[in-house]
Design a protein around this ligand. Structure first.
Ligand SMILES: [Zn+2]
Length: 383
């Protein structure tokens, strides 16, 4: 296991590359954003895009996919400030949190029309279970719905522009030029849409029919091209930083989680949906890192934290198994919690984990005196 010499990203993180100085591609991308990107030219490019869209004189200038999170509030505020008339669209998660719902209400009150799309929970339940069994993943249905429902609606309602928030491919160190920039299309979705490269078609089975999976199908690149619909990332035009977008959102009524972060380091991120913590937790089995690693790496890159402080925090916080959310997830999908841990154990990555003296451990882990015994007690707890 190798770690970036500047931040704490491990080389097991998907899409990350290390250079000869052992600096990760996310840190290099950050440097580039700070020193090489002409942000005023990017701002002008956004203004030109706004002008072009407004000249089309459609009912809605743009569609903004929103969750109620800090980034969606920032997207709405930025679009309104630029004089766009947006339609906002939410895919309603099966386990939406109260604070997520309240922040969504606040976002709508900023002065936008809003559509909430809820998927048949019986379909969600089956799809969630199957994605856990097939890929040890719980966020495939979420990402598929989140990305495709807005595209389908934009195509149906002739909305010429979709405005997304950050480009995760950029922020976490995309693999090269094809992932960079401002466009989001079918190719981006397949590669970076966190769907394990699958589309709705790959999930059609006896249990899940094509009609049941309807919300997860997008309109297709051809329809998007024919209707000349563009999907862009606001993070391409404006320098995205979670602390900065939070400040904008908070100034417009967005509230962080009063009891502190639900997962990771930020009390204002990952707070809309109860199941998101499970998605992040599964990275521990697959890649040997937690949400805290991502969040603290961003803090280091932005000069708000030293690397050794970050390591001390990881040590202090431990793995933080989201037991309550796992129980909720199991109740929703109808499986005993023991079964959940049995399934995810199959996805413990042998390239990351070794078993020594009856204990699972990661050789060369970031924190040298990590308490690996907890891996055992956790397993015992679930039997
Ligand atoms: Zn790094």
């Amino acid at each position: 296991m190798r770690y970036c010499s500047r931040c704490i990203v491990p080389d097991t993180r998907p899409d990350v590359r290390f250079d000869a100085q052992d600096v990760c591609s996310a840190c290099r991308a950050h440097d580039e954003k700070q020193h090489q990107v002409d942000w005023s030219a990017r701002r002008q490019a956004f203004e030109a895009l706004v002008d072009r869209v407004k000249r089309l004189k459609r009912r809605y200038d743009c569609l903004i996919p929103v969750s109620g999170g800090k980034d969606s509030t920032w997207q709405v505020v930025t679009c309104l400030q630029h004089g766009l008339h947006p339609l906002t669209v939410t895919w309603k998660p099966p386990a939406q949190t109260a604070i997520g719902a309240a922040n969504l209400e606040n976002l709508v009150s900023l002065g936008v029309d809003h559509l909430a799309f809820q998927i048949n929970p019986q379909v969600e339940k089956k799809f969630l279970y199957q994605s856990l069994v097939r890929y040890g993943a719980t966020a495939i249905p979420m990402h598929m719905a989140m990305f495709n429902i807005p595209l389908t609606l934009a195509a149906a309602l002739d909305i010429p522009l979709l405005v997304w928030g950050e480009n995760s491919a950029d922020e976490y160190g995309g693999v090269g030029d094809e992932s960079r920039g401002h466009r989001m299309d079918g190719r981006w979705l397949k590669r970076y849409g966190v769907t394990h490269g699958t589309t709705a078609r790959d999930w059609i089975s006896k249990e899940l029919t094509e009609q049941e999976l309807a919300p997860y199908f997008g309109p297709g690149d051809e329809a998007l091209a024919r209707k000349d619909i563009h999907a862009v990332f606001l993070g391409y035009y404006f320098n995205w930083d979670p602390v900065a977008t939070y400040a904008v959102a908070a100034a417009h009524g967005f509230r962080a989680r009063p009891e502190g972060p639900k997962v990771g380091y930020y009390p204002f991120a990952d707070i809309d949906d109860e199941f998101i913590s499970i998605h992040h937790y599964l990275k521990w089995y697959k890649f040997g890192f937690t949400r805290l690693f991502d969040n603290l790496s961003l803090e280091i890159r932005n000069g708000r934290m030293a690397r050794d402080e970050a390591i001390a925090l990881v040590r202090e916080r431990g793995v933080e198994v989201p037991h309550e959310d796992i129980e909720r997830f199991c109740a929703f999908t109808g499986m005993p919690t023991g079964r959940f841990f049995e399934i995810i154990e199959r996805f413990r990555n042998p390239a990351v984990w070794t078993r020594r003296d009856g204990t699972w451990r990661i050789e060369g882990f970031l924190v040298p005196d990590w308490k690996w015994e907890e891996e055992v007690s956790r397993a015992a707890h679930t039997r």
